[in-house]
Structure formats: structure tokens, C-alpha cells
Design a protein. Structure first.
Length: 84
């Protein structure tokens, strides 16, 4: 019989805030977020106008979240392999 390996919310939060995961996600978000900001709002900034701040924040949060989720998914796959 297969053992229930569903992670708790606490497990997921621990994985998301692990130093390696958070630092990797931050680095990726800075690089990808900056590139996307240049692509999406560079013309606005070059005209001397203020960027859309909500879009700017989301431009950095989305790659951070994707990187974090990818790390968690990898950790969960490893946990499942070890449990079987």
C-alpha cells in the first residue's frame, strides 16, 4: 500500500523559504524581472514618465514565484522517489 506523502502547508512554506531556494529565486527574479521591465516599460521610462508600479512589482514577483514553485516541485519529486 502506498504511503500518503502529501506535504503540509508548513512543509511547503519551509521549502519555499529555505535559504537556497529563496536566494536562487531572488537572483532569477532580478535578472528576468529587469529584462522584462526593459522590454515592457523601457520606452515609458526613456520618455521620463513613471512606470506602472503594479506591473513593475508583478514583473519581479512572477519569476520569483515560478522559480520557487519549480524548486518545491523538484524537492517533492525527490521526496516521493525516496519514499517509494
Amino acid at each position: 500500500m502506498k504511503k500518503n506523502t502529501s506535504p503540509s502547508v508548513r512543509d511547503l512554506l519551509n521549502m519555499a523559504t529555505a535559504p537556497g531556494t529563496a536566494l536562487r529565486a531572488l537572483k532569477l527574479a532580478l535578472v528576468v524581472g529587469t529584462l522584462l521591465t526593459i522590454i515592457n516599460q523601457g520606452d515609458v521610462v526613456l520618455q521620463g514618465l513613471a512606470p506602472d508600479w503594479l506591473k513593475l512589482v508583478l514583473t519581479y514577483l512572477v519569476p520569483y514565484g515560478v522559480s520557487t514553485w519549480t524548486s518545491i516541485a523538484k524537492d517533492l519529486e525527490q521526496r516521493a522517489r525516496q519514499a517509494s
